[in-house]
Write a protein that binds this ligand. Sequence first.
Ligand code: HGY
Ligand code: MN
Ligand code: MN
Length: 412
Amino acid sequence: MELDKLRVNGRRLQASLEAMAEIGATPGGGVHRLALSDEDKGARDLFVSWLAGMDLEIVVDEMGNIFGERPGDKVLPPVMTGSHIDSQPKGGRFDGILGVMGGLEVLRTLSENDIETKRPVVVVNWTNEEGSRFSPPMVGSGVWSGELDINWVFDRTDINGKKLGEELERIGYKGSAAARSRPVHAYYEYHVEQGPVLECEGKIIGVPKGIFSIHWSDVYLDGTANQVGPTPMEGRNDALCSAAEMILKVNKLPSKMGDNMVATVGEIQNYPNSRNVIPDHVHFTVDIRSWDDDLVSRAWDDLRNDFKVIASRRGCDIRLEETWKVNHMPFDERLVNGVLKTADQLGYSNHFMVSGAGHDASYMAMTAPTAMIFVPSIGGRSHVEVENTTWEDCEAGANVLLHAVLKSAMEG
Ligand code: HGY
Ligand code: MN
Ligand code: MN
């Protein structure tokens, strides 16, 4: 077959996504597939069984990253594509998994058409991209790219005190291969946009210039618990009221700092969480994002000072942890322009944009030329059970991925 006539099998891609959506399916139509959970294991096992059925070389590294390699000239660095199988607690049926299934569909299409590529082509599933159960996110690609220390990552615990490294062992995905980068000719990540831009623009393919800087921190407040009835309002050290004031400061931060910043408190625990006890311990998280790294750092410094003033005024002790930060990551111009051109050649409308969502591509771009391909999220929704993308758009994005990967895989 003429290479430019090659197309993916949209029905087969849909069937793969539907099969994966059953693993951890929630009553609300989403998925609950937290990193290193039994559901994550189930989806990993299914992915590996599909790879095994295609005579690919399968490697699982010590971080549980799963690679399926289709042969080419072993001397040449491969082209890699992939994303993540893990999901948010009440996540969507497309976030992450579309990029893993899209990569698998590309390999299936190349194999069934007996296309011999110069370079090997690798599909990858990165461990714990979401960072919801185990913070920080993107640890599989972070360790692989040399940016995160594997022992520090293994010691990260979930809310129940379970360690990441032990959970990886428990589900049988702590592989023997070193989780260390190798030369990669090009990395493409296919993903739902998770925002409203493509739908507003009426475009099918989004091509981000790169990914925002992301800063994660944890705030721990200690006050004084007491009986709510007899204790006067004056002089209370109410940890939850301190947190409430701080949370509103986070919400106001972007209008204060300007630019394209977003800032969110997504997680909070309140103890003892009893209606007739003044709260004495609160933990909450802060997520700050912008294209401008310095603005993000200044925003955190600003916030940290405000938090200390509030805690002192309310007589609470405060402990601040800067948990994780990744700088903004511009993608490879040649690859980005190649994806835009491929979308044009395939007849798909396309839009040059930026990604406010984090992806493993942030770390991959530190080790290899990298680009991403987005397709629209209906209603701009993601990280929710109603996350949705049309099958036609899924197929369109996979066709762009196919030809972007193929072009790079044929380069000498
Ligand atoms: O946080 C993010 O943007 C990604 O979903 N981990
Ligand atoms: Mn994702
Ligand atoms: Mn996500």
